[in-house]
Ligand binder design. Sequence first.
Ligand SMILES: Cc1cc2nc3c(=O)[nH]c(=O)nc-3n(C[C@H](O)[C@H](O)[C@H](O)COP(=O)(O)OP(=O)(O)OC[C@H]3O[C@@H](n4cnc5c(N)ncnc54)[C@H](O)[C@@H]3O)c2cc1C
Length: 587
Amino acid sequence: MSAIGKQPVSVETFDREVDYLVAGAGPGGMTTALVGKLEGMDVLLCEKSDQIGGTAATSAGSLWIPGNSQSRDAGFDDTVEQGEIYMDALVGGETNRTLRTAYLQTGPEAIDYLMARTDVQFIPCGLHPDYQSNRPGAAKAGRAIVPKGFDGRLLGKDFERVRPPIAEFMVFGGMMVGKDDIPRLLGRFKTVGNFIYSAKLFARYLKDRMSFTRGTRVVMGNALVARLFYSLRKANVPILFGARIIELIKDETGVAGAVIEQGSMKIRVRARKGVVLATGGYGHNKEFREEFMPQPIPYLSLAAGTDTGDGMSIGKQFGARIAPEEHGSGAFWTPVSITRRKDGSKGLFPHLSLDRAKPGLIAVNKAGRRFVNEGASYHDFVEAMFETNKLSPTIPAYLICETAFVRKYGLGAIHPGTRDLSSFEASGYITMAPTLRQLASKMGIDPQGLDASVARHNGFAVTGPDLDFGKGDTELNRFNGDARNKPNPCLAPIMSGPFCAMEVWPAEIASSTGLSTDENARVLNTEGQPIGGLYACGNDMASIMAGTYPGPGTTLGPAITFGYRAALHAAHSGPPDAERPKLKIVS
Ligand SMILES: Cc1cc2nc3c(=O)[nH]c(=O)nc-3n(C[C@H](O)[C@H](O)[C@H](O)COP(=O)(O)OP(=O)(O)OC[C@H]3O[C@@H](n4cnc5c(N)ncnc54)[C@H](O)[C@@H]3O)c2cc1C
């Protein structure tokens, strides 16, 4: 039986003593550990798996930071005030007001701090619209930042400690490709510049593979966690691997420390200034999934396998408050298709931004009816699946297009430019048929419904506006559409067979229900009072977004900002050590 979630134990003896004990080496935990150390605390970071990075290692790595100075320096004029107008329009009222304000005010400062004092470096995304781009205060550009690519060779052998990205996001079995690389790689035979660029990437990758199990040129979320890890090493922060937090230790003022299980050892660690729960949320905790997510849905999660809700279980046992009613459907969602890998295993491919908004694709349900603006954000797309499913089966939903669309734009894990689709059809990843009727019958979709939906959509593609769902109306739609397509960059007729269908399912990229905290990430008890010495950040902390998804970086922005705030609070505002009872330290 798991030791997680047993009753808190009381103070007797300790094996180790530090100022700040952090559980979980994802972006939340690594940020707070790093800032804690730079603020003068003696820090210990423990990580349950053998690698750092958690879910973030597989993420796109975007951070949503309104008013960030990196974008301003690059000439974009977003402000914290505009960000506040947007969040007010989205979240509304007083829900999480104090936390929202703290987030908006500290986000830019946290990034500047990391930029100035560590190797955690960011660059502005430039054009990257907010996800509800029709709302007041929404930005078209200048709000999202991404980590600078990182050279994994700087970590030496420790590069293998960085959790790799999703297999489907790498090419040649281990080479990372960023969004900017895609057009150059696809157009490698079109210009000399592209050819040289692609050849250099490939040559570097081949060289890497002589010493490493994958390419060391890392980008996106992998670069973020590798940079945090590199900075932690430079700052001499000890990391215990294969070490999980299993219990909190109580004293008169709250939390005195925690028990860490490493192999067969149980290490009782005293934490003079605080314990941080940053164990990545509850993605792989079946009970919490059933309690907090819409039901029934299949158990499909993009969270790291080690994110099993430990922080929430431990916090709850200690009397912490969890407030699901404030967090919508309990998670941040994306539609996924289920890939079949060469070794027979299955993978989840998140349909984040590359295919759904493109012209010539619709999403329908079992009745063959459209139910959403296909170019909406991944989160809003799945929320529409949940909503429509209450009335008519919409889980799974089906992406419908011509096979010519797949060759041109790609579909899920099928790269643009793929000519031969037969292996994808043979594995069941896509279904193809010469007519829409035959396609519908193969997929079990109502054929008349599909015919009618395609005909109506094709009419909009000719006249321009999508009168049913507004595909092409928002900045976000147009950003992910195809500007060359007229009159609507997101609509083109679906007319010529063979046609293609792909099933998509809801899966979460992050959980949003978590431990309630104050604006300094201090965990609150069921009376709303901070529990002394206990902090939470990353997805262990309840999302401040109240079930909404404002833009690219909705979870990593807060993970880093509140990790930063927790460390500053613990380092400078915690109770003086003299207030704590005298404890017996066992060496
Ligand atoms: C495909 C994809 C793309 C995404 N893109 C973005 C994006 O661009 N922007 C964005 O904001 N979000 C994005 N996300 C979501 C983002 O990755 C997560 O919200 C984020 O990683 C959460 O950070 P965390 O530190 O809470 O958890 P994690 O990154 O999951 O790290 C948690 C760590 O805690 C460890 N752990 C678990 N239990 C214990 C224990 N008991 N003791 C010690 N350690 C423990 C885990 O092993 C893990 O290493 C994306 C997610 C996916 C899947």
